[in-house]
Design a protein. Structure first.
Ligand code: BES
Ligand code: ZN
Length: 457
């Protein structure tokens, strides 16, 4: 084991240079103009996996390729434990470009941070595991378990191809648990094991008005304005206490137990700090819940994009022909995505005024995830976190979604260990995304320890 730790220490410079190469691919899964960049990124990744001693393959899918990489299988009389390491090489769109202090796909190191789209979400977090395994392979240190990396290119758009892949390769992917570093921790002094993720439903609403944009002087006053109608429609969906007013929206939501609320109260950070970090005048959330609870244990209805009318320079006096909103709702354990989707759609149809035509386009969806953090693998993970970060880890629910995690459970029967390496100020999905080099290095140590700790069970 010492050889592994020494190797990691001695090879950080090279690891960082390779990480930069990985970050240069604009692997933006939401934008079809980047399809070739995703393929090139998958090819680079597979080649890199081979280079460090893994047996790597690229699997084409209906969408973006999936990369798998396995450790050399060791002959043994007893069945060796097998773990999957899941990650994704696709990234969110980098727009708006003008807010980046350096181009999103030209990694820049400033102090102990590396700035680039995908640095924390998820290339860096996942790469830390690859570097740890490289250290075992290159030093000839026996790994106490077999590993399979599964790194996909569609996580940020709902992981549509991966379920089919899991079903097809069910036997080869049969494992004790899935290790995922694609979440966060409150601070480097509070390494965290996640035990829940929120689910999600995505859709777009368009309100169609006049057949074409109209002169707002010639027609304004006698015709409904789709942008105004959409604003009024959306504004009705949330009350002043932050509750979503859609009938059936909260069906199935289980209240937090007193024990969980106690755990929440132990999380570091104040509302004042949160407010400052995100740059808002004042926080807003569902009344009766702390901000941490609101961010991870409560469902939400969010407008992600709102488009209508003229967006160019100067003014243009028109009544726009249409208005559109891109929406996602975060779901919590026990909410059914289809039930919530139907409740939302039925309500929108009911309250839509007769002056506009409502069009709804359904997008991806995934259930929330919740696992008891008391199992043996969870305990091993906590020990590995403590060894790497030198602080007592905490247990936390995560507010984001990793759509495939429920499929790991349903198709493979495997729970996921959420060992997040991201920090709250990493700017995931925002301009100037970064990853802390301390988290990168400690993440490698955590992974190196993890395989030993898991093997003890
Ligand atoms: N890394 C995130 C998930 C995450 C972030 C979990 C922070 C917990 C805390 C992941 O890459 C992600 O962004 N997922 C998407 C999924 C969606 C597009 C289906 C998300 O949560 O928005
Ligand atoms: Zn993401």
């Amino acid at each position: 084991m010492q050889a592994v730790l020494d190797y990691l220490k001695q090879n950080q410079k090279r690891a960082l240079a390779e990480f930069c190469e990985y970050l240069r691919f604009p692997s933006i899964s939401a934008q079809s103009q980047h399809d070739d960049d995703l393929t090139a990124c998958a090819q680079w990744l597979a080649a890199h996996c081979k280079h460090i001693g893994l047996d790597a393959k690229i699997h084409s899918t209906a969408g973006h390729p999936i990369v798998t990489a396995t450790t050399p299988r060791v002959k043994s009389k007893t069945k060796r434990p097998h773990y999957m390491v899941y990650g994704h090489y696709d990234v969110q769109p980098p727009e708006p470009f003008n807010l980046w202090t350096s181009p999103p796909f030209e990694p820049r190191i400033v102090g102990r941070n590396i700035f680039a789209r995908g640095s924390t979400d998820n290339k860096g977090q996942n790469f830390a595991h690859l570097k740890a395994v490289e250290a075992y392979l290159k030093t000839g240190t026996p790994l106490p378990c077999d590993l399979t990396f599964v790194i996909e290119g569609e996580e940020e758009v709902g992981s549509a191809s991966l379920s089919t892949f899991l079903k097809k390769h069910r036997r080869a992917l049969d494992c004790e648990a899935v290790v995922i570093s694609d979440t966060g921790m409150p601070s480097p002094k509070h390494p965290a094991l996640g035990y829940s993720l929120r689910g999600i439903i995505a859709f777009e609403i368009t309100l169609h008005g006049p057949a074409r944009d109209l002169h707002s002087g010639g027609f304004g006053g006698a015709v409904d304005n789709p942008a105004m109608a959409l604003s009024q429609l959306l504004a009705q969906l949330r009350d002043k206490n932050g509750r979503i007013t859609i009938p059936g929206f909260y069906d199935g939501v289980v209240p937090l137990s007193a024990y969980e609320r106690k755990q929440y109260a132990r999380l570091p950070g104040t509302d004042a700090e949160l407010q400052k970090m995100i740059g808002v005048k004042k926080l807003f959330g569902e009344r009766g819940f702390s901000s941490s609870e609101q961010r991870s244990a409560r469902p939400t209805f969010e407008i992600n994009g709102l488009t209508s009318g003229y967006q160019g320079e100067g003014s243009k006096t028109i009544i726009p022909s249409w208005a559109r909103a891109k929406i996602t709702c975060r779901l919590v354990p026990n909410q059914k995505p289809e039930h919530v989707r139907n409740a939302v759609l039925a309500h929108l149809k009911k309250i839509c005024p007769p002056t506009v035509r409502l069009e709804i386009e359904a997008g991806h969806g995934a259930e929330a995830y919740l696992v008891s953090p008391t199992g043996k693998a969870a305990q091993s993970s906590l020990r590995a976190l403590k060894q790497a970060f030198g602080h007592e880890p905490i247990l936390m629910r995560e507010g984001g979604s990793i759509p495939i995690v429920n499929q790991f459970k349903k198709i493979l029967g495997a729970d996921s260990l959420l060992l997040g390496l991201g920090l709250p100020d990493d700017n995931a999905h925002s301009p100037n995304e970064k990853f802390s080099l301390d988290c990168f290095e400690k993440g490698q140590l955590m992974s190196a320890h993890l395989w030993q700790e898991l093997a003890k069970d």
